[in-house]
Structures are given as structure tokens and as C-alpha cells.
Write a protein that binds this ligand. Structure first.
Ligand code: ASP
Length: 596
């Protein structure tokens, strides 16, 4: 039989099409037999259409309709007719009509499904990933993959209009340091040598600036060989951008414009024309995080002024040791927060290195519970200083500055969720600026780049940064959305001497730097323009826009938490011949040998 090719999709027919003969192709989503009448919901990526085989239809047709099981792929020819009044579904585009079937062709049958194709499946992750091609048929996944398409399309549209060029950079490269471990690709032609997969196109986009392509972007795949942790994926996608002759303000403007266009086009949401900026120090001091969720406020306050007059020794010693004592006032939470619930908050703080979490409650008589006995004689000053009112809970954290910030920040985040302080419909962007350029690695006793090694120190540190790296701030920035780091970037160094000084601070002696990045340093000697850029994570962006909490929900074929793909069983063994071609010998770790 000649194939019945679709004339319409399953998401398109309305009352306007009444009386037309149409052919639909799609999957059997539901098939119900109501006293001899078959109601079949046919689905494709555009929607669902109700197909009806009437009671007085030919026996053979009825039999065929009865044989259709879940996910059979079928072609159906029929006539569009209005649904009876009582069966109109105003929530569906096709809810006014049904198609009365004349002809059914089964294009393919379907085995018993491992899980039902629902709008959102609650099936377990392993099954979803093993049968990802089925999971991707669900409405939720289809909507998200379509959203992802719309997002990258809008990005391309905006950047092309703004004179950016989309340029590809290689995926077989010399290792580029972004702080993670490289994936290596053994070379067959050059025994013993390896390519690395790019952790990002960082060096290449800088080289493109040297070449004069002053506005570059790429929807770039990036690879980082990291341990399975939380929601990380071994490969991910960035909108990678680089520009010449720009200031930080220019980079912010283009990014804000791009985000505005993306949100308007794909969600119909208007974003503010420019985003708030907060310095790294303020973000840490006020919200305990360099990626604060500003959908709710509840900022920290300084409790140090109240410490000296009290006999509470713990906080005194913290201050003497150069630490910080911070207060978080939780409005109206005193009654609800029992000792048990406060202990839970303390546990959260402890996972970020805090030794404990002190507290007290504001009552009509003054302060009550927890450490209040040490502070009651200052109750009025504390309450007016912190703007705490009767019924509020005051949480206090004393520790080394970063520990105090991070651990109270974790408590703030938890309270935001527990107390439902977060408006889930908000998209709250904020730039974090003035980051430290270097971080001290206590274990290795070395300075490391806080972002990467190619970022410019701020001007006032140019003379002195090598002598005293700690306080140095860089021209680097992050874009944060609803508590997620969405993008980061910097103004780059374009002077080989300055670049070499940075390499020195982070422990790359001249010879090593020459060996690894000689080509970049050399390019800077040929009239390299001043330049800077940014890269935004596409997976995270689409995840937040889709209201999900895992990037796996917006990646068509992600790896599982063990960094494997249950569908194709990768990573997998390869043949001995392949290893030989690559001049490789496998040495199995002890534990795996036993498991064999
Ligand atoms: N290459 C950087 C990253 O992947 C982003 C940038 O500095 O443009 O984080």
C-alpha cells in the first residue's frame, strides 16, 4: 500500500477544518473502547488529536483500531468533524474537533513499554536514560528540547544582528587550563602524544581576537573530566563570546541585551534593561554566597558591635582571631522554629565548616532562648540595630570570614525554601563584580587563579599583584540568575609580559608556560588588541527557564550521576586492535581486577 503521508500534524486541526479529509501520522498515546466506539489519541511533537472509529464503521477497521497498542506508529485518514458540545476540550488546540477514521495504516508496532509516556514521567532515572528515545517522547521533554532550540535560536539571532560572527574552534586541541581535568584523546599518528578535548574554547577565542574577528561567538561544546558530583555533566554547552576594544560595561550591555531577547522571544518575559551589580565582597557579606539568590532579601548584618560588651566568649575569640560574627534576622520565625528545627539549620551550617549556629528569639520581654542570656542587657540596642521585631528569630554565626559567610549563606538559602520566601515566577539576574583574582590553596600552599589565568588584574594592582596576591581584585565577573552561576568572563591580558607575571604567581615557571601556552604568548607579540569576553551555560539557562532543578532535564542525551550512559553503555571497552593502533596498554586499578 502506498504510504499515507501526513497532510496535517496532530497539533493543528480546529473547527475551521471541519469537513476536510486529512491524513495524520503519529503515535498512539491512548486508545479507549467506549462501548464499541474507539477513541484514539494520536500524538506527535505538535500536539494530540482525537481520532474516532465509530460504532457503525466496517468490522475490519474496528478490529484494526482495537489492535492499536501504546506507541504504535500509525497513519490515519479521516474526516474532521466537530466534537459533540459535551466533549469539547478548551485546553487543547484541537479540542473542538475529532477525526472520524476511514483508513488506518500501522507503520510500526511497539513492544510493551518500560514506562508510560506521560507529560512528566515519575519513572526512575536509569530507565529514563536507558530508553531515552522513549523518555524524549514525553510532552515535558519535548517542550524542554523545543525551548532549548528556541533559546539558542534567539541567541544566534541577537548576536548576528549585533555583528557577531559564529566561528567554530577545534575540539582536538592542546590542553587549555580551566581548572578541571582534561579528557585526553590518544594520537594514532603520533605515538605517545595526546590531544585534549577543550574545557572551553578560551585560548582559541582569544587568538581570534588577535586575528581581528572582533566579535566572536560560538555555541560551544565543552568537556571537563570531573568526578560525578551533584548535577555536573562531563560535557556541556556554552554560549562562548569574545570581543575586542571593549570595557566591562560593553560586555555587560551585550549580555543583558541577549538575555532580554532570549527571555522575550522564548518565554514572553520582559527582563530589566540592565541588571543589578554587586561586588563579590558585598555578595559574601550580605548573602553569604558569590551566587546569591536575590528573589528574596534577608541580608546578613554585622553582629560584631555587640560582641565586646557581652560575656559570650566564643564570639570574642572569633573576633580576636580576625573572624566575623554575622546576624540573620528571620522575620516572624520565632514561634515556628523549635529547638529541633534550629538544630536542623545548624546541621546545614556545619556542612559548610561552621562549628555551630547561635540563636535567640525576640519577645515582648526582650531576648529569649539560645544565647540570649549573654545579650539581654543590650536587647534594645540589638533589636533596633538589627531592626528585629517581636516574633523574629535571630541567628548568629561566628567563624573565620569565609566560613561564616558560606555557612550562614547556606542557612539563608534553606530558609528561603523552607519559608517559601521565593517567588518562583521571578528571574532575578545579578552581576557579581570585583572578584579576587587569586585564591589560596591551603592544601597545596599555592595561589590559584580564581577564574582562569588570562584575566586582567584591576589597574590599581598592576604594580604590586605579584608581591601580595591576596587582596588583588580582577576585571572578572559572573552573571548570576536565581542563585545559579549562569555565566562568567573577564577582560583579558593582552600583554605577554603581564601574562608571564600571572603565570609566575600561579606557579607556572617561564619554561612550563612557554611549553604550554607559548603560542598564545607569541600571538600577543603581534599587535594583539585589548579584548574580553564571557561564556554562559546553556544547560543551566534552559533548566532555569524550564523551572527544573537538574540539567539532565534539558539535555537530550545526558550521562547519569556515575558519568555513564545506560543507553549505549558508554564508556565501554574497546578491541585490543584499537588499543594497539593507539599504542596504548591498559593497567587496571587493583579494585577493578578483583571485580572482573
Ligand atoms: N572560558 C571561561 C569559562 O569557560 C569563560 C570566559 O572567561 O569567557 O568559564
Amino acid at each position: 500500500m502506498e504510504q499515507m503521508k501526513r497532510t496535517v500534524t496532530c497539533g493543528q486541526l480546529t473547527a475551521k477544518n471541519e469537513g476536510q479529509t486529512v491524513i495524520l501520522n503519529g503515535w498512539v498515546h491512548r486508545n479507549r473502547d467506549h462501548g464499541g466506539i474507539h477513541f484514539i489519541n494520536l500524538r506527535d511533537r505538535y500536539g494530540e488529536t482525537q481520532i474516532v472509529v465509530d460504532e457503525d464503521a466496517a468490522e475490519a477497521l474496528k478490529e484494526k483500531a482495537g489492535s492499536l497498542k501504546f506507541e504504535y506508529c500509525v497513519a490515519i485518514e479521516g474526516i474532521v468533524r466537530a466534537r459533540p458540545e459535551s466533549m469539547i476540550n478548551p485546553d487543547m488546540v484541537t479540542g473542538e474537533i475529532e477525526v472520524s477514521v476511514k483508513n488506518i495504516s500501522i507503520l510500526n508496532s511497539c513492544k510493551t513499554l518500560p514506562f508510560m509516556i506521560e507529560d512528566e514521567t515519575d519513572s526512575n532515572e536509569t530507565a529514563r536514560l536507558k530508553y531515552r528515545y522513549l523518555d524524549l517522547r514525553s510532552k515535558g521533554m519535548q517542550d524542554r528540547i523545543i525551548l532549548r532550540n528556541n533559546v539558542t535560536y534567539a541567541i544566534r539571532e541577537y548576536l548576528q544582528k549585533s555583528s557577531f560572527l559564529e566561528i567554530e574552534t577545534p575540539t582536538l586541541i592542546k590542553s587549555t587550563p580551566e581548572g578541571a581535568r582534561d579528557f585526553l584523546v590518544p594520537s594514532r599518528l603520533h605515538a605517545g602524544k595526546f590531544f585534549a578535548l577543550p574545557q572551553s574554547p578560551q585560548l582559541y577565542k582569544q587568538l581570534l581576537m588577535v586575528s581581528g574577528f572582533d566579535k566572536y561567538f560560538q555555541v560551544a561544546r565543552c568537556y571537563r573530566d570531573e568526578d560525578a558530583r551533584g548535577d555536573r555533566q562531563l560535557e556541556f554547552t556554552q554560549i562562548d563570546m569574545e570581543m575586542s576594544f571593549v570595557s566591562v560595561d560593553d560586555i555587560f550591555k551585550i549580555t543583558e541585551g541577549m538575555m532580554g531577547h532570549v527571555f522575550k522571544k522564548s518565554l514572553g518575559v520582559d527582563l530589566p534593561l540592565d541588571f543589578q551589580r554587586i561586588s563579590y565582597d558585598d555578595a559574601m557579606n550580605l548573602y553569604g554566597s558569590d551566587k546569591p539568590d536575590l528573589r528574596f532579601d534577608m541580608a546578613f548584618q554585622d553582629f560584631a558591635p555587640f560582641v565586646p560588651a557581652s560575656s559570650f566568649g566564643v564570639f570574642k575569640s572569633v573576633l580576636e582571631a580576625g573572624g566575623a560574627v554575622k546576624a540573620l534576622v528571620v522575620p516572624g520565625a520565632a514561634a515556628d522554629y523549635s529547638r529541633k528545627k534550629i538544630t536542623e539549620l545548624e546541621e546545614t551550617a556545619k556542612t559548610f565548616g561552621a562549628k555551630g549556629l547561635a540563636w535567640m528569639k525576640v519577645t515582648t520581654e526582650g531576648l529569649d532562648g539560645g544565647v540570649s542570656k549573654f545579650y539581654n542587657d543590650q536587647a534594645d540596642a540589638i533589636c533596633s540595630g538589627l531592626e528585629a521585631k517581636e516574633g523574629d528569630l535571630i541567628l548568629l554565626m561566628g567563624a573565620a570570614w569565609k566560613t561564616a559567610c558560606n555557612s550562614l549563606g547556606a542557612v539563608r538559602s534553606r530558609l528561603g525554601k523552607d519559608l517559601k520566601l521565593i517567588d518562583e515566577n521571578l528571574y532575578r539576574f545579578v552581576w557579581i563584580v570585583d572578584f579576587p583574582l587569586f585564591e589560596y590553596n591551603e592544601d597545596e600552599k599555592t595561589w590559584e587563579p580564581a577564574h582562569h589565568m588570562f584575566s586582567m588584574p584591576q589597574e590599581q594592582y598592576l604594580e604590586t599583584f605579584d608581591k601580595d596576591p591576596g587582596p588583588v581584585k580582577g576585571d572578572l565577573y559572573d552573571l548570576v540568575l536565581n542563585g545559579y552561576e549562569l555565566a562568567s568572563g573577564s577582560i583579558r591580558i593582552h600583554d605577554p609580559e603581564l601574562q608571564q607575571r600571572i603565570f609566575n604567581v600561579v606557579g607556572f615557571p617561564k619554561e612550563v608556560a612557554e611549553e604550554r601556552f607559548g603560542f598564545l604568548l607569541e600571538s600577543f607579540r603581534y599587535g594583539a588588541p585589548p579584548h574580553g569576553g564571557i561564556a554562559a551555560g546553556v544547560d543551566r539557562l534552559v533548566m532555569i527557564m524550564a523551572g527544573k532543578e537538574s540539567i539532565k532535564e534539558v539535555i537530550p542525551f545526558p550521562k547519569n550521576n556515575a558519568g555513564m550512559s545506560p543507553m549505549d553503555d558508554s564508556p565501554a571497552w574497546v578491541d585490543a586492535d584499537q588499543l594497539q593502533d593507539l599504542h596504548l596498554n591498559i593497567i587496571m586499578p587493583e579494585v577493578d581486577k578483583k571485580e572482573e
